[in-house]
Design a protein around this ligand. Structure first.
Ligand code: ADP
Length: 742
């Protein structure tokens, strides 16, 4: 998830670039334009100076050449002779002003006339000099290389023009050229130089360089550049960037170099850059300051709003709404205030409703409890006479009856048993709903449960032609810790339904291990599947609700009150498990439920003692005392015992029982727990604490509430064992046989 940022952070992170980037781009653009303009201007300027200067130099040189050529022609034509030659030479020198001197050499290269006149030079042999030699050889006007005139001690170059009687050599005055070059390069940062073909500086606006006869350090590059079409390039000279323009001077083979210092272009550009940057920073700061001022108000408004929202969410409605004088914010405030008032009103309303709801819930719970208690009491009260009727019918069955009477007794017993089952179901559901159904954990064997399933349903299934298959995965240990009574109840209900609704095929009960959260406990998935009628989809939804049954015709056909599955579901949930059902009409039914069993504690085999006792044996000599207040029950127990040859003594309460024990000797006592005057619990305590011979007699509790946990309670109080009501003949027999010898 993206980490939330504060508004301030987002604002500054975005505002900085938002202000700085356009300003920066604008400045860069302006500076770049200024630079381009300045550069274009400078290039144009350099070109202009170069052209102007090269034209001037060319004109000056051409003019000099023309004059000497004209002189040669005059000499050729004989219009000038040795007499007037010095005068003419003097005139040329004076009028032209670009010559240092003019010499006239005869055919042998001997100076025979010169101006300005120098006596020492007359007669000088110059026949070996290139000036004489080249002119003579080529027969045309020739410019010499530049050199320092020993005579004048300054750089010069000479023009030699042949004529019929020899050669005229005129030394060109670079001082003049230099002056004109200097004059033409007045602009600041502009340097002008003339290089000869070898790169030697002939003239330079920086005057000293020519005199030193230096060779320009970049001469080779300049000369190379002069041969290109674009004679313009950037050079770095003495750490300065210079724009160099070169122009060849064709007459003499010299090169004119104009250098423009780039610093001069860059200076104004830099100035502009500084100015713009300054402005940009000022604008940016100003922008941030203004935005800060505005946003501080917004931030503080938000902070106050957040405080208020927090207050409302904490249930406090003491709001301190800021008035920022900003319309939108005030609107938010107003609406927020209204919203908080609404919430408050609703909250008050909800509290009232809640109180009422709690009150009603209490009422409903009380009513439900009352209903459950009523049902429990009713079913208990109904069960007592029913048990009586059942007991009497069982006794009746033991009498000598003809076959018709036997049938009637059997039907009456079956009806009573059905009614008992129904009452038991109602009692269980009421107990569960009143939260009075405890789950008692004890060690048990899954195989015992499976055995009783086989015992109870095996025969009924086979009679219908249905196989009852019971399977447990071998990975599941047989000994488990759980509530065997409830597990049995669940399985009995489900298998009972399966047997009831299946007429062919099979019923399979399976148990598989499931992965469990901890190593000690066991999760087991049980499934009870059948190939019976199945249930319609529409019915499945509510199948676990009490009193739900599928089609009415089925109900009539199969009986039942629709309580079984709802009890099963509640029991599974009470034990922390889950249940589900899958079924289709005609396709059979599968009910799954999973249960978690706790870790199995140390070995305790006490639980199955009852089942192991043989129920065959002679009991006629056993002397039994029966304490039971309820007359029918008393008759029933007495009847059952008499059938075994036992003639018991019957009393109505605990007190009478103790009195009887004092005066007679008995082998065993069967004692009801709930009795008037003195109940069973008080009586057993007195018996055990009496110190009399009867103190250690086996005393068996008779109780209508055979709930989990009761057994421990009775054994703890001192009873030797217990039998739950309604009395089953076989249970009674087992207890008698087990305890007679003790
Ligand atoms: P009842 O005591 O009436 O059997 P249950 O709650 O056990 O009540 O079952 C409710 C209804 O669900 C039954 O009446 C029957 O219609 C349907 N039912 C339950 N188990 C099965 C089954 N194995 N096959 C078909 N129908 C079933």
């Amino acid at each position: 998830m993206v980490k939330p940022r504060s508004l301030k952070y987002i604002f500054y992170r975005n505002l900085g670039p938002a202000l700085a980037v356009p300003l920066l781009l604008m400045s860069l653009f302006t500076i770049f334009t200024a630079y381009q303009n300045a550069r274009t201007q400078m290039v144009a300027n350099s070109k202009r100076v170069s052209t102007l200067l090269s034209n001037t130099i060319k004109t000056s040189l051409q003019d000099s050449e023309n004059r000497i050529t004209a002189l040669a022609k005059l000499l050729d034509d004989g219009k000038i002779n040795s007499t007037n030659l010095p005068f003419v030479l003097g005139q040329i020198l004076k009028s032209h002003g670009s010559f240092l001197d003019i010499r006239v050499l005869n055919d042998n290269g001997i100076v025979w006339a010169m101006s300005p006149h120098d006596e020492d030079a007359i007669g000088l042999d110059m026949s070996r000099t290139p000036q004489f030699f080249d002119a003579k050889k080529h027969g045309v006007a020739m410019w010499s290389k530049a050199y320092i005139s020993a005579y004048m001690n300054q750089p010069t170059a000479s023009i030699s023009v042949p004529f019929s009687g020899g050669v005229i050599v005129a030394n060109y005055d670079f001082v003049k050229l230099r002056i004109s070059v200097g004059a033409l390069a007045p602009e600041k940062g502009l340097t002008v130089a003339i290089l000869d073909g070898a790169g030697t500086i002939l003239a330079n606006s920086d005057s000293g360089k020519a005199l030193r006869r230096e060779r320009d350090s970049n001469a080779d590059e300049y000369l190379a550049l002069s041969k290109k079409s674009e004679r313009l390039a950037m050079f770095v000279i003495d750490g300065h960037e210079e724009l160099i323009t070169v122009t060849p001077i064709s007459v003499t083979g010299w090169t004119l170099v104009v250098a423009q210092d780039m610093q001069l272009v860059m200076d104004p550009v830099y100035r502009l850059a500084y100015t713009y940057s300054g402005f940009a920073i000022v604008f940016m700061l100003l922008g941030i300051a203004l935005a800060y001022h505005f946003l501080s108000r917004v931030f503080s408004y938000f902070q106050k709003l957040i405080v208020n929202i927090r207050r409302v969410s904490d249930g406090s409605y003491q709001l301190d709404l800021p008035h920022e004088g900003i319309r939108e914010m005030e609107e938010v405030e107003e609406n927020f205030y209204r919203m908080s008032q609404h919430i408050r009103t609703r909250e008050v309303h909800i509290v009232e409703l809640n109180e009422e709801l709690q009150f009603r819930l209490g009422e409903a719970e009380t009513a439900s409890r009352a209903k459950s208690e009523f049902l429990a009491n009713m079913s208990h009260e109904l069960r007592t006479p029913l048990n009586g009727a059942l007991g009497m019918l069982q006794l009746l069955q033991m009498c000598d009856l003809n076959s018709e009477q036997k049938d009637y007794a059997e039907i009456a017993i079956r009806s009573c048993k059905n009614l008992t089952d129904l009452l038991n179901d109602i009692l269980d559901l009421s107990r569960i709903e009143a939260n009075r159904m405890p789950i008692i954990l004890e060690r048990f064997h899954l195989s015992d449960i499976y055995t009783s399933l086989e015992e109870i349903f095996g025969l009924a299934a086979r009679e219908k032609g249905v196989d009852l298959i019971l399977e447990v995965s071998p990975e599941i240990p047989d000994a488990q810790l759980g509530d065997p009574v409830r597990i049995k109840q669940i399985l009995f209900n489900l298998v009972g339904n399966a047997v009831k609704f299946t007429s062919e095929g099979s019923i399979v009960v399976e148990a598989y291990p499931l992965p469990s959260k901890d190593l000690d406990s066991y999760r087991v998935l049980f499934s009870v599947s059948d190939t019976g009628l199945g249930i319609e989809d529409s019915q499945l939804e509510n199948i676990f609700e009490p009193f739900t049954q599928t089609e009415a015709s089925f109900t009539r056909r199969f009986g039942g009150a629709g309580l079984g599955l709802s009890i099963v579901k509640r029991l599974v949930e009470l034990m922390g498990g889950k249940i589900s059902i899958a079924s289709s009409l005609g396709g059979g039914t599968v009910v799954y439920f999973c249960l978690t069993f706790g870790p199995v504690p140390g070995q305790d085999e006490k639980a199955s003692v009852l089942a192991e006792v043989d129920i065959e044996g002679d009991l006629s000599a056993v002397r039994v005392l029966v304490a039971e207040d309820e007359q029918i029950n008393q008759m029933l127990i007495e009847g059952l015992l008499i059938k075994q040859g036992i003639h018991p003594v019957c009393v109505k309460d605990g007190q009478e029982a103790i009195a009887m024990l004092e005066s007679n000797s008995f082998d065993m006592v069967l004692m009801d727990v709930q009795m008037p005057v003195m109940d069973g619990m008080s009586a057993i305590k007195l018996i055990r604490a009496s110190g009399k011979p009867y103190a250690n007699l086996p005393v068996i509790a008779l109780t209508a509430y055979a709930m989990g946990g009761d057994k421990e309670k009775f054994l703890e109080a001192g009873f030797s064992g217990y039998i739950s009501k309604p009395l089953e003949f076989e249970d009674l027999l087992r207890v008698l046989l087990q305890h007679r010898s003790q």
